[in-house]
Ligand binder design. Sequence first.
Ligand code: ZN
Length: 331
Amino acid sequence: MTAAGSGRTGSGQERRNGTGSGQKGAVCGQEEQSRTGCVRERQNIYMGQFHRKTDRDSRNRCEEITADGLPLLQFPALRQEDGIRHAFTTRAGGVSAGHLASLNLSFSRGDKETNVRENFRRVARFFGVPEERFVFSDQTHTANVRVVTEDDAGCGLTRPRSYADVDGLVTDVPELVLSIFTADCVPVYFYDPVRRAIGLSHSGWKGTAARIGAETVRLMREKYGTDPADLLCAIGPSICQDCYEVSADVADIFAAEFAGHEAELLIDKGNGKYQLDLWAANRIVLTEAGVKQAHISVTDICTCCNPDLLFSHRASHGMRGNMGAFLMLTR
Ligand SMILES: [Zn+2]
């Protein structure tokens, strides 16, 4: 309950940590240390130095912030919304060591439980709620989406989950922190400011091919009366097309599911291998589900291009922790 008494960490307490990849000297540890004097864990992590996909629309650029000492990524289009709080974590700002350094959010990848719990305490502080308000997915690469209610509070973090095989979460309950975990797979954020409902999905290649994004929209429409045209969505930091080589069987699945979009999604390398664009595929899933193109932010940061700053399954050959994508309705 350490976070409960700490109050909200509103935007007034946050500080921009550099203005982008071009800024030199935006060394998180040094900058923070000079101001607060107590960030030993992060000294070797350099924020402000993300490799970015520069062909992306500048409106969609992920912003780096440092909130209450914790470096995070946010989307400007979601950040400006008063009704929600969201974040994507990085490797920085935690207490885990070695290949799990430092903000590992997985209990099942060899970390000490005390480390992971401390890392979550820091994330909870940013959201201004106790850890009992987090609700985890149970990711198995399905397109299953769960309607989260008050009864699910704490599931996965402070008490066991009562459900399995859940790769997406939706809710209209304020101050429940929907939580999914990735290290190259695509997190997709959904916010309906009209009906006051949110969703968050884990969309790896299987989830993308199964259109979990569309299932999330469908469930929000069914449960909350969401009009897809009202939704604000964000496709979060994950593996880019340049880094994501797939075999012909996966390429065939996408060519069939996204007929007419093959040229947009797949680059044939001519050796039986293809480069797959999961960001574009998820954007197509969302637009075909009725989300307006102008309401979709797409990350310009790839996990695999930034293995020192973000956990990447591919870049680390599986020796990695998990990052978290989090979304909460405010009261
Ligand atoms: Zn990349």
